[in-house]
Ligand binder design. Structure first.
Ligand code: C2E
Ligand code: MG
Ligand code: MG
Ligand code: MG
Length: 281
């Protein structure tokens, strides 16, 4: 009896696994086609100087809009893209396209930087450092205007190789940021391993500002830690005015979130930056 039941459970499990495998396969094939059909786009989210409200940079966020108009969030396809290796050409396209667009905005006298999220496989791919330097030289974007965002998971395998490559890029003038800071087990150890310039406080801390004493205290502590280490601290996920006020009061340098600016298409950024220029002039 017990065996029969167990067998049934295995069957149900296998059917579920099968559906999951088919879904992933579909996504893999879809992704390949999407890359050829240019179904990917980039949205840019402003990063704002909290003291002056000036937009200092934009973060490039990939978007996948299928022909049917269906929007698939990055977290639903980046895993498959990573597993299949498609992340490598996709990331190169994002990097080149974003460098090109931001270089154009800078040429129009908008002094902003660009932040790009890296993936593990992208860093591990042969020629990664060369690809980044080519994206810079081809677009004319100065290395100091580019920030590369990494998360802790990227340093789990082949840490030495990854740190070596990122350090080489930093030696060229590129800046490094730790994204989702505070959520990993080794956020503090990372600061010792990687020559970083920026930490981005995870929204899970920012969300509790003014509502949860522990989270408020942790946020304040991370801001102070970052500043004591001479780093730029970016708070992510600012949605409420109260959070913005508290972060300003804590002296947090930069902020990002729906309240200060939503991710938007390239045309949206052009008008936003024009407004911000006029306001600060
Ligand atoms: P991330 O790098 O931490 O990016 C921030 C995410 O938070 C973005 O989600 C952004 O749209 C969202 N966000 C910004 N402000 C707010 C807010 O006030 N409230 C809330 N609830 N969310 C906010 P998105 O675009 O869905 O991206 C999710 C993650 O996917 C990113 O997290 C990043 O890890 C990854 N990702 C996105 N684009 C790329 C890319 O081009 N390459 C790679 N390798 N990863 C990417
Ligand atoms: Mg990011
Ligand atoms: Mg983040
Ligand atoms: Mg994230």
């Amino acid at each position: 009896r017990a065996k029969g039941l167990g067998g049934r459970r295995v069957e149900v499990f296998a059917a579920h696994m099968h559906a999951e495998a088919v879904r992933r396969l579909e996504t893999a094939a879809d992704l390949q086609r999407a890359l050829l059909d240019q179904q990917f786009a980039i949205e840019y989210q402003p990063v704002v100087d909290l003291a002056t409200s000036r937009v200092t940079a934009v973060e490039a966020l990939v978007r996948w809009c299928r022909g049917s108009g269906v929007f698939t969030p990055p977290e639903q396809f980046l895993g498959t893209a990573e597993d299949t290796g498609l992340i490598v050409p996709l990331s190169e396209w994002i990097l080149r396209e974003a460098c090109r667009e931001v270089a154009e905005w800078r040429a129009a006298n908008w002094d902003i930087g660009l932040s790009v999220n890296l993936s593990k496989r992208q860093i591990m791919a042969a020629g990664f450092v060369e690809t980044v330097s080519e994206a810079l030289s081809d677009s004319g974007l100065p290395p100091s205007a580019l920030t590369l965002e990494v998360i802790e998971e990227m340093l789990v395998e082949d840490a030495e190789d990854t740190i070596g490559k990122l350090s080489d890029l930093r030696a060229l003038g590129v800046r490094l940021a730790i994204d989702d800071f505070g959520t990993g087990y080794a956020s503090l150890a990372l600061l010792r391993q990687l020559p970083v310039d920026i930490i981005k406080i995870d929204p899970s801390f920012v969300s509790g500002l003014g509502r949860d004493e522990t989270l408020s205290l942790l946020t304040r502590t991370i801001v102070r830690l970052g500043h004591d280490l001479g780093l730029i601290v970016v708070a992510e996920g600012i949605e409420r005015p109260e959070q913005l006020d508290l972060l300003r009061e804590m002296g947090c340098s930069r902020g990002q979130g729906y309240l200060v600016g939503r991710p938007m298409a390239a045309q949206g950024v052009s008008s936003l930056i024009r407004t911000s220029l006029t306001a600060s002039a």
